[in-house]
Ligand binder design. Structure first.
Ligand code: ADP
Length: 157
């Protein structure tokens, strides 16, 4: 049983995240999508809301399960018996940020491999941060997020 974790803030989940989940799920037996709780960030959506939206947009994929975790992702990986940490790469900026994280996690948990998937070019410009800015300015976010997410967020900002 090969199990992977895809962890992130998912604040909110975007079309880029969903694409990565779909492609990642094909590589393993089970993909655990994990809302990483970061007490130092002030999120747009609560952890429960982010989990619920992820469950909604991945409900068609049987091998995906959604949960949340506060603390080191390597500890979570050990607890659920995952051997793969899935991450997405959009551009050089992601690469610069992701490499030290991957190498740090490698030191902390030798049996856990970080696997990077290239972002689909259709979605590689999409970020949760920019979506929050568009939302804040009253703009339309439907091109960037699944429909359920747009419906949930409309009227917020
Ligand atoms: P974090 O706060 O950990 O950066 P995110 O939710 O923004 O959390 O992203 C989680 C993972 O998804 C990261 O590996 C990030 O590079 C990747 N990712 C974010 N947006 C996209 C996208 N549009 N396409 C592919 N991967 C993405």
């Amino acid at each position: 049983m090969r199990r992977a974790i895809y962890a992130g803030s998912f604040d909110p989940v975007t079309l880029g995240h969903v694409d990565l989940i779909e492609r990642g799920a094909r590589l393993v037996d089970e993909l655990v999508v994990c809302v990483a709780v970061n007490p130092s960030k002030s999120p747009l959506l609560s952890v429960a809301d982010r989990v619920a939206l992820l469950e909604d947009v991945t409900s068609a994929i049987d091998s995906v399960r959604v949960t949340s975790h506060e603390g080191l992702i390597v500890d979570f990986a050990r607890a659920v018996g995952a051997t793969v940490l899935l991450r997405g790469l959009r551009d050089g900026g992601d690469f610069r940020d992701e490499m030290p994280m991957a190498l740090t996690n490698r030191e902390l948990a030798a049996g856990l491999e970080t696997v990077f998937l290239c972002a689909d070019p259709r979605y590689s410009f999409i970020s949760s941060r920019l979506i929050k800015e568009v939302l804040h300015g009253g703009g339309n976010i439907r091109a960037f997020v699944p429909e359920a997410v747009a419906e949930r967020l409309e009227g917020r900002g």
